[in-house]
Design a protein around this ligand. Structure first.
Ligand SMILES: [Zn+2]
Length: 427
């Protein structure tokens, strides 16, 4: 970063009174994907491995950048956005002419001659003197129905064996200001969803409000527990998908390659001394303080990129259509079988749904559930009973066969569950 800035500043300082500093730059991966929080603190190698863990096998190939570049691997393609407004607001210096659009340059020329009688006639609101820019942050903070809320972000990583770990930010981490909607944009059975703006991008922030004990009866530690489970599920699903795609490739099985798992972030709301938790959190200051006297309870949020596209449902909580005649559906059906096999018959992915995000053609999985043998993966986990239902109702598609998967692999489970069904009927 320092090296890059030194290079950029050579040109920059020729035409501007101040220098660019790291806070004027927003680094992004290919496809306008934000980099991981605090990842620039260590070495370049460290920076690479953090992103390689998360995006290394992503079909979007954001680490490699535009395909036309043909970057050799390992490589990491980065784009640096110069935050011109922030630079100007913070330093009071005007940014070099080459970062402005022609329109902006014309506008600035006009405003520089506002003393001129002939230009007064032409002046409109858009031709205010260039110093009077409103900083973006206060613009969005002032949006009615939204509040500025501070967040820290944890790093979620998946090990080679699929184990998910969460690295919490340490006490030196700097909170990031986000804009968070005060009232929910929508809600499902268990979670409320709020619009959020993070790093100038549209996200949603989700939290639990009903875990079966009534609305807004969720304790702070319960929300944490269920959100961590949800995030673990998302991270693991990404891991399973990578393996599935690799297996299919190796066996030469054609699958729908547009599938990916949603990006996500684990946000920790920062409540400053003397301030209350956000309106969106639904947690009063009293409740927050109570929770924090005994333990260090965190106000956790699940951040996901905001989606507006239509949702396609591919499986239900206990319903697994085969989708023989739909490539995406049958790929996801085979994927479900693959995960069951890969996890030694201990995990079944359920409630698979995708959105086809506008523009990039990707079908993004989100909000999936799992049935696990110990029944402890979170909300909607029906345990062994849920697994048995999958075993009984799964219908193999050609892609299952192609990937070496067959129902013979689970005849034992079938037989056992068949027997137990009969016993129940006898009683
Ligand atoms: Zn199958």
């Amino acid at each position: 970063m320092t090296h890059l800035l030194r290079h950029w500043n050579l040109d920059w300082e020729k035409d501007s009174a101040e220098s660019l500093t790291p806070e004027h730059i927003s680094l992004r991966l290919f496809g306008n994907v934000g980099i991981q929080p605090h990842s620039t603190a260590g070495s370049l190698g460290n920076f690479f491995s953090i992103h390689d863990r998360i995006y290394g096998n992503n079909p979007k190939k954001m680490l490699q950048g535009p395909p036309t570049l043909k970057l050799p691997s390992p490589a990491i393609y980065l784009e640096g956005l110069i935050l011109v407004k922030e630079y100007e607001d913070q330093t009071g210096a005007e940014a070099p002419y080459f970062v402005h659009t022609e329109k902006e340059i014309r506008k600035r020329k006009l405003s520089a001659t506002t003393g001129n009688v002939t230009s007064v006639v032409k002046r409109t609101r858009s031709q205010l003197p260039s110093r009077v820019f409103t900083p973006l942050r206060s613009e969005i903070g002032d949006l009615p129905g939204f509040s500025k809320v501070l967040f820290l972000f944890a790093t979620v990583s998946v090990a080679r064996d699929g184990a998910v770990s969460i690295i919490w930010p340490d006490s030196t981490a700097t909170p990031v200001a986000c804009t968070l909607q005060d009232t929910p944009l929508g809600q499902g059975k268990t979670k409320k969803v709020f619009k959020a703006i993070y790093d100038r991008m549209p996200w949603v922030a989700k939290r639990f409000f009903d875990i079966g004990t009534g609305e807004e009866q969720v304790e702070i530690h319960e929300n944490s527990k269920f959100l961590i489970q949800e995030i673990t599920r998302l991270a693991k699903s990404g891991y399973y998908l990578e393996h599935f795609v690799a297996e299919a490739k190796q066996r030469g099985v054609s699958i729908d390659e547009t599938i990916s798992v949603t990006d996500f972030k684990l946000g920790i709301e920062v409540v400053q001394d003397g301030a209350s938790p956000s309106l969106a959190s639904g947690v009063s200051l009293d409740r927050y303080q109570d929770a924090n006297t005994n333990s260090n309870s965190k106000l956790l949020w699940l951040f996901e990129p905001r989606r507006s596209a239509r949702v396609d449902h591919w499986s239900g909580t206990n319903d697994y259509p085969a989708w023989h005649h739909k490539k995406l559906g049958s790929t996801l059906n085979a994927f479900t079988h693959y995960v069951y096999h890969l996890t030694q018959e201990s995990i079944v992915l359920a409630d698979l749904q995708t959105v086809n995000e506008h523009g990039d053609g990707l079908n993004v999985l989100f909000d999936m559930m799992t049935h696990t043998s110990n029944g402890a993966s979170g909300v909607g986990d029906h345990g062994q009973e849920g697994i048995d239902t999958f075993v009984q109702s799964h219908e193999c598609v050609d892609r299952c066969d192609g990937c070496g998967l067959s129902k013979e692999g689970f005849t034992k489970a079938l037989k056992e569950s068949g027997e137990s069904d009969e016993e129940e009927e006898d009683q």
